[in-house]
Design a binder for this molecule. Structure first.
Ligand SMILES: *Cc1c(COP(=O)(O)O)cnc(C)c1O
Ligand code: SF4
Length: 462
């Protein structure tokens, strides 16, 4: 029998979206250089001192004067004026750690994904979507006691405090977190024992509750004894099976895991107590860009892994930060590499003052398509919309109707608010010019929304 010699197969075309052409191993390269030494104020700081939580906390920048003094000449005066004007229209106060300042590329701060998340620039702000309002009412409306939101049948969100080690421009809880700004007077949720006791009493007397998210604010800002007390009280309740401590700390100040042994030991004790009681205690964290993961993050995660502590990540999809397939793929691979499980990618909430950070539903769904299949299924995040009006989180694909021209999506949430519809709006700048104009007219807006609700009703009945 004759065997034909086959032509070699044609070369595989690289995918224009970059899906099949990842830079090999780039997600495994963790920065270990002394990046902070480029910042004038930290030029003489040794690694041993820089990588302590006490140095980071002492030198955290909370106003534009400190920012300018720290960076001295690294950015032009016009940059600091831009930040100062940006803050006038911002829902969140300024707070950024030396670690994050050191990771920003000061040659090109306008494009830098870390700068974009923490330092508002007036020159980049755009008007809010006309349907957007501060949805603080809904978290509070679903709150039986201040700082405890009970929206879903078996789980509740407990907010023991209202501060964080840094303040993210886009915080979903901008109605309460951090100091007042020119545009938001915050609801105060300070760490008060009596308020906590009211929350514990409610949780203990709600037998349907099994799962408590301890968030904030940020549990990094709780003292070691508070971490332990909250954990012991909740694990002691027979109905409670699952606890999650939420902290952005690993992404913005990983040094604390390495040098604040009292805090890490307190967390470990609660995890171990959970294990003895056959209950689940984990950490949920929040990374948005691969640049936030460095050699120090890897060392911090190594410590938590050695102690058997599970860490999951919730990411916020943001324009100019992580709204392209290659960045999100690299983020997911890098998180997975250090044992952090990507859990959710949230579509950006409709929070006033940060419209420049939102993306369209269509853009996010395209990114999801590229992320799924790129690595293990258990490290593949769900892309969710947390609906305005208290419908809860919905899988972004599960819309009843989505009009890509007007940018209106309609969701329902039968297990949370049966019979109700929830709307999500693409940012106007992602729409065609003629559609954008329709949004300027109140009557036209009403018609577009009614049309979307009508279509959703028809489709869900069929
Ligand atoms: C997000 C959230 C939870 C936890 O939801 P999961 O989908 O289980 O992560 C609980 N309560 C409230 C109010 C929430 O917003
Ligand atoms: S760390 Fe979380 S709670 Fe704190 S400002 Fe950022 S998003 Fe908001």
């Amino acid at each position: 029998m004759r065997v034909d010699i086959l032509e070699p197969p044609p070369a595989i075309e690289p995918n224009p979206d970059g899906a099949l052409s990842p830079e090999p191993a780039s997600h495994r390269d963790f920065r270990r250089d002394e990046y902070w030494r480029r910042i004038p104020a930290y030029r003489g700081v040794e690694a041993l001192e820089f990588h302590t939580h006490t140095f980071q906390a002492r030198h955290t920048v909370t106003n534009v004067r400190q920012l300018a003094e720290t960076l001295r000449g690294l950015a032009p005066d016009s940059f600091f004026e831009d930040v100062l004007r940006g803050l006038k229209n911002a829902p969140m106060a300024l707070r950024i750690s030396p670690y994050l300042l050191g990771l920003i590329d000061w040659e090109n701060p306008h494009e830098d994904p870390i700068r974009t998340q923490f330092l508002p620039l007036a020159s980049e702000q755009v008007p809010n979507h006309p349907e957007l309002r501060l949805d603080s009412l809904h978290e509070q409306k679903d709150s039986p006691v201040p700082g405890l939101t009970h929206r879903y049948p078996d789980k509740a969100l407990f907010l023991p405090l209202d501060s964080c080690p840094v303040y993210c421009r886009f915080c979903t809880r901008s109605y309460a977190i951090g100091g007042d700004t020119d545009i938001v007077n915050k609801v105060k949720l300070s760490a008060r024992l009596q308020r906590w006791e009211d929350a514990f009493a409610y949780i203990a007397s709600s037998p349907e509750l099994e799962d408590v998210v301890i968030s904030g604010g940020d549990t990094y800002n709780l003292k070691a004894e508070q971490i332990r007390m909250i954990g012991e009280r909740l694990l002691g309740m027979p109905n409670i099976r699952r606890l999650r401590y939420a902290t952005k700390g690993l992404a913005v100040l990983p040094q604390k895991i390495l040098t604040d042994s009292a805090w890490v030991d307190a967390l470990t004790r609660v995890v171990e107590m959970g294990r003895r009681l056959h209950k689940d205690v984990v950490v949920h964290t929040h990374f948005n860009h691969p640049n936030e993961i460095t050699g120090v993050t890897q060392e911090a995660m190594d410590r938590l892994t050695e102690r058997g502590i599970t860490v999951r990540c919730q990411t916020v999809l943001q324009s100019g930060v992580n709204d392209d397939p290659a960045t999100m793929q690299r983020l997911v691979r890098r998180l997975s590499y250090i044992n952090i499980h990507p859990y959710y990618v949230y579509f950006h909430d409709m929070v006033p003052g940060v419209e420049d950070l939102r993306t369209s539903l269509r853009a996010g769904l395209n990114i999801e398509k590229h992320v799924r299949g790129h690595t293990a299924g258990f490290n593949t995040p769900s892309f969710v919309v947390d609906t305005m009006g208290g419908g809860g989180k919905r899988d972004a694909h599960s819309y009843e109707y989505y009009n890509r021209e007007t940018g209106i999506a309609v969701f329902t949430s039968p297990s949370v608010k049966p019979g109700a519809s929830f709307l999500y709006f693409d940012p106007l700048r992602s729409l065609r010019e003629d559609q954008r104009e329709r949004w300027q007219d109140a009557g036209e807006r009403r018609r577009m929304i009614d049309e979307a609700l009508g279509m959703a009703g028809l489709l869900s009945r069929s």
